[in-house]
Ligand binder design. Structure first.
Ligand code: SF4
Length: 288
């Protein structure tokens, strides 16, 4: 309210992203189906190792062998108790809605972080920051590992906090989710977000989807060679009709073809259920 009174939210543009915050919950006190299975496997291997050592000790005489036998039996007993506890934990994990249990902080969840092979037990805090003064407009603490389900709800919260009827929301690819973009439609949340790159074309030095510009007025694409790819036929997948754009004649003589496609022609695919004319331009951009 104070920020609104000081007219600090004048641009109605916010940026949203998530940050992973570590919880006060050791990784060893967090259990998933895979972790329980792995620990059971490790305990089974330890028990087998101690049982083999016990067999060897039983074949020896003397006080030293006897003491060793007693120590090994205690260790095996301890591991069997551990195994029992793990099996109980396995039942709890299976019964929990998201198949995960954290003992110290029950709401914390195991989630991957950006570093390869790293992860934390914690929270994914969604933050909306105003683009002009970088003030935090809204935040939400979630225990979902991914940002992909947050765009519409965070956008709505940020819109209410800024006091604008419409707010432009900037986000990175990590937030891209087609259903979330569509959920923003008509709510005053104008999502501006790059689509997730699922093809490896950029790494192979080939043109990507972003190099093909869609012309809504003429319902066609312009390719990097400046040719027009027009709609050829409609294919149906499980969710939508998919429109198919290509220009076989242009591709057959194109000097850029080695950077474009290994096939006879390059095709662009586009969802047949495009947004209505009332959907703002920035939002349409996200759907391309
Ligand atoms: S190969 Fe076809 S689609 Fe690709 S740049 Fe050339 S004309 Fe355009």
């Amino acid at each position: 309210m104070l920020c609104r009174q000081f007219k600090l939210f004048t641009r109605a543009v916010v940026a949203i992203d998530g940050s992973k915050f570590k919880a006060v919950n050791n990784r060893d006190k967090n259990f998933t189906v895979a972790k329980v299975a792995k620990r059971i496997e490790q305990v089974e291997a330890s028990i087998a190792r101690y049982l083999a050592a016990l067999d060897r000790a039983d074949r020896q005489d003397g006080d030293v062998a006897e003491a060793k036998t007693t120590r090994l039996k205690e260790k095996i007993e301890g591991l069997r108790r551990q195994m029992q506890a793990l099996k109980e934990m396995g039942k709890q994990v299976e019964a929990s809605p998201d198949k995960q249990v954290s003992l110290t902080d029950p709401d914390a969840r195991s989630m991957a972080t950006s570093g390869k092979g790293t992860g934390i037990v914690g929270y994914n805090v969604q933050v909306a920051v105003d683009a002009e003064h970088h003030l935090i407009v809204a935040h939400e603490v979630t225990n979902l590992g991914s940002d992909r389900a947050q765009l519409s709800s965070m956008g709505g919260t940020a819109r209410d906090a800024t006091g604008w009827q419409e707010v432009t929301v900037l986000a990175d690819r990590g937030d891209y989710n087609r259903d979330e973009v569509l959920a923003c439609e008509g709510t005053g949340v104008l999502a501006c977000i790059p689509k997730t790159l699922t093809s490896g074309n950029a790494k192979r030095g080939l043109f990507t989807v972003a190099d093909f510009i869609y012309d809504a007025g003429n319902d066609r694409y312009s390719c990097p060679a400046g040719k027009h790819l027009t709609k050829r036929k409609v294919r149906s997948d499980r969710r939508d009709n998919i429109d198919h754009y290509r220009n076989l004649t242009a591709c057959s003589t194109c000097g850029l073809k080695p950077r474009c496609t290994a096939y006879r022609t390059r095709a662009q695919w586009r969802s047949g259920s495009r947004p209505s004319a009332s959907v703002p331009t920035v939002q349409r951009f996200a759907l391309l």
